[in-house]
Design a protein around this ligand. Structure first.
Ligand code: B12
Length: 434
């Protein structure tokens, strides 16, 4: 009798526990997901204060399409974009063959702040024209290149950014310009070297979806639909078992594109979970990476800027002071072999011991200081320092070459500043064409 009673009681207790667990779990998840979003948002906001070089338009864009704001800090940043970045682009317009990507990101950033784009002008050779006129002209130059080559002056990622920026600003994109992107999707030209570039497919998806939504592109409506379908299939087929689409750094753009192209949120749930896991393990410490994943985690895409009204915005995001974390170099040393392979195929080997956890950049600087014949130079970019010259040899983007980085034969998914050396390994720096 007593044992029957206790069994009944036990099953009651278990049932109550299970019910409590089942009803609390989704709420707990939601709470911790919101906390994560806020923390990423704050990380981006904090990065504004640390920016050494030019203000970053991609970070501005992500802050502006977020649901949470610190309007004072965003306004300050807008002024910096409008002066410092503006002047930099003004200088590049007359000296560089194309600045279409940066011009497009600048346009998207201003648009996300509801800035009147018709009042923004650049003066080149004593002629003043609006930002949007310059962007249209740059796209024409890119398109002209495509008449005799299947690659634009820059790359299809920037070409897509250009289409997206014009389209979300309410400018009718020339049919010939969008057709070139449609053809590139059809012929599978959106590649980085031999591999398909997921980031580029994602950006092309957002650009072409915007063009479709305007309803102007009627002449080749069927081809436009086929290209959009192909992009969607490509993104879904690149989904790995762990949820990432491409790699950790392309998943944000891929999810943005899928949502923009009408995929239900549930279809992206595993990819969003993969990004949340990455974020919790601090994979996204580069502000540029956060700027590409945060909209996706908020179930938004860059297309949102098109209808942004900037009215009644939240203004609750505050930055609590944080104690500066001093990371002392580890006492443990690890050996790194650095192999440099020049364009002629000649290889040179160097070795250096570095504190565990050092960045590759720190290792290269240490090696350079040893005066063993190893030298390098870097250029700044939105993602941080880009390795441009090694042992006096420049891998020029104008020749479609770059210094490719790999560790023990596996390509690095981060650059010299973000990649940390945790164990002994061989780093290969190879002059490669793309
Ligand atoms: C195109 C591209 C390239 C081209 C750029 C040249 C060209 N004209 O096409 C090439 C092939 C050279 C390239 C190289 C690399 N890339 Co790349 N690249 C891109 C891509 C698809 C678009 C960049 C772009 O045009 N942006 C638009 C313009 C307006 O912004 P920008 O900052 O001014 O663009 C310049 C820089 O971004 C720079 N750049 C390109 N890649 C990288 C990577 C790093 C780490 C840095 C610091 C700079 C940099 O070249 C761009 C053109 O001049 C992005 C995708 C993305 N999600 O952003 C990946 C991306 C930025 N690249 C990436 C990586 C990992 C690399 C490499 C480190 C790969 C490797 N294993 O060697 C190398 C850089 C090595 C070095 N020498 O320092 C990652 C960076 C992730 C991270 N956390 O840092 C991204 C996000 C792709 C991904 N999903 O993994 N890349």
């Amino acid at each position: 009798m007593r044992s029957r009673l206790s069994t009944t009681m036990l099953s009651w207790v278990i049932t109550i526990c299970l019910l409590a667990f089942a009803s609390s779990k989704p709420c707990d998840n939601e709470g911790s997901n919101n906390e994560l979003l806020l923390s990423l948002n704050k990380d981006l906001l904090r990065s504004l204060g640390r920016q050494e070089g030019l203000p970053n338009p991609s970070v501005h864009l992500a802050l502006r399409i977020s649901s949470y704001h610190n309007l004072a800090k965003e306004s300050e940043h807008l002024i910096r974009l409008n002066t410092q970045l503006h002047n930099d682009i003004q200088n590049s317009l007359s000296s560089s063959p194309s600045v279409v990507g940066l011009l497009a990101l600048y346009t998207l950033a201003l648009k996300s702040s509801c800035y009147d784009l018709n009042t923004v002008t650049f003066t080149v050779s004593d002629t003043s024209e609006t930002l949007l006129t310059h962007l249209k002209k740059q796209m024409e130059k890119e398109k002209e290149r495509l008449a005799y080559s299947h690659r634009p002056l820059t790359n299809y990622y920037q070409y897509s950014l250009g289409v997206l920026a014009l389209c979300t600003s309410g400018i009718r994109v020339n049919d010939h310009v969008s057709n070139k992107l449609i053809k590139a999707v059809e012929h599978q030209y959106l590649k980085q070297g031999d591999a398909e570039c997921i980031d580029t497919y994602a950006m092309a998806g957002m650009a072409l979806q915007c063009v479709k939504d305007t309803g102007f592109h009627v002449r080749n409506a069927a081809e436009l639909d086929t290209a959009l379908d192909k992009i969607k299939q490509k993104l879904l087929a690149s989904r790995r078992a762990d949820g990432h689409i491409g790699n950790e750094f392309s998943t944000g753009l891929a999810v943005q594109a899928l949502l923009a192209m009408g995929s239900p949120v549930a279809e992206c749930a595993a990819s969003m979970e993969a990004m949340r896991t990455d974020a919790r393990s601090n994979t996204y410490h580069n502000p540029m990476a956060i700027s590409q994943i945060l909209p996706a985690l908020q179930q938004k895409s860059y297309l949102t800027v098109k209808n942004k009204a900037c009215l009644n915005e939240d203004d609750t995001l505050v930055l609590e002071p944080i104690d500066p974390v001093v990371v002392l170099p580890s006492d443990t040393k690890v050996s790194v072999i650095v192999e440099v392979v020049t364009s002629s195929g000649e290889a040179a080997l160097y070795s250096v011991d570095v504190a565990k956890g050092s960045s590759l950049l720190e290792a290269l600087e240490l090696l350079k200081g040893r005066e063993v014949g190893f030298m390098f130079e870097k250029e700044s970019s939105l993602w941080g320092p880009f390795l441009s010259v090694v042992n006096g040899e420049q891998a020029r983007q104008s020749d479609r070459r770059y210094w490719h980085l790999s560790s023990d034969g596996t390509a690095l998914s981060q650059g010299i500043n973000d990649f940390k050396i945790e164990a002994a390994q061989k780093i290969t720096i190879k002059n490669t064409s793309y």
